[in-house]
Design a protein around this ligand. Structure first.
Ligand SMILES: [Ca+2]
Ligand SMILES: [Ca+2]
Ligand SMILES: [Ca+2]
Ligand SMILES: [Ca+2]
Length: 232
């Protein structure tokens, strides 16, 4: 009985579950989605020094105090420019980790950054499968293998208070990140949705470091959506 139940659970999960990275065996023809096109981000590495969106001068923003974060106040993200300072830069790259021809994983590098360094990444998610989907989970994966899962039920953490991440595992937070609210949004076949991330480097980060982390999105068939973990 137990064995049969497990088998059933396995096949059910294969139906509603497209884990965007790693395991091609859970990918189905019916449910598929991808990072669409090219992300756009501030202070791309390689830009010539200069102001604005097309220049390499660094951007600054100030994270909220702990009390402000608790009450849901976002950072003072006002895109202030450092006066002609071009020290750090941001790199973003998409990859197709399961070889099915669509981009499923985003890598983010913060190069030579320092406290209050600010960057913003805009990207699109596209339903290239056949069934309507909902974005269910965001996974943040660090170089040391640590993974953080976020769902609609804990969306406050990353939509308002901000997600604090210790990227190098030294026990001190390095960045705080905010994420636009797109959990549970239904995407029909061929539809796309815009998502943006704001990242601020914290005072407890090391200067001169390259910080790297990875983002992965999971979506489920629209009628299987739940605002938290499914089947655990
Ligand atoms: Ca895919
Ligand atoms: Ca720069
Ligand atoms: Ca892929
Ligand atoms: Ca750290």
């Amino acid at each position: 009985m137990l064995f049969a139940a497990l088998l059933m659970a396995g096949s059910v999960s294969a139906l509603w579950y497209d884990q965007l990275t790693v395991d091609a065996t859970v990918d189905t023809a019916e449910l598929d989605f991808e990072f669409y096109g090219q992300p756009i981000w501030l202070d791309a590495c390689g830009l010539a020094p200069g102001p604005g969106f097309f220049g390499g001068w660094d951007w600054l923003a100030f994270p909220p105090t702990f009390e402000e974060a608790q009450s849901g106040v976002n950072a003072y993200i006002n895109g202030e420019l450092v006066d002609g300072k071009d020290v750090g830069c941001t790199n973003v790259s998409l990859s197709d980790t399961d070889g099915d021809g669509d981009m499923d994983t985003m890598d983010i590098w913060l190069n030579n950054t320092y406290p209050y360094y600010y960057t913003k990444i805009d990207f699109e998610v596209h339903n290239n499968g056949e069934v309507p989907i909902k974005i269910w989970r965001l996974i943040v994966r660090l170089d040391n293998g640590t993974e953080y899962d976020f769902y609609e039920i804990n969306a406050d953490t990353i939509e308002h208070e901000g997600m604090y991440l210790d990227l190098d595992g030294d026990g001190k937070y390095d960045v705080i990140m905010w994420w636009g609210d797109n959990f549970g949004v239904q995407l029909e076949h061929c539809q796309r949705v815009d998502i943006s991330l704001n990242i601020i480097v914290l005072q407890t980060a090391k200067e001169g470091m390259t910080y790297h982390f990875q983002l992965q999105l999971d979506a489920v068939q629209w009628n299987e959506y739940q605002p938290g973990p499914i089947g655990d």
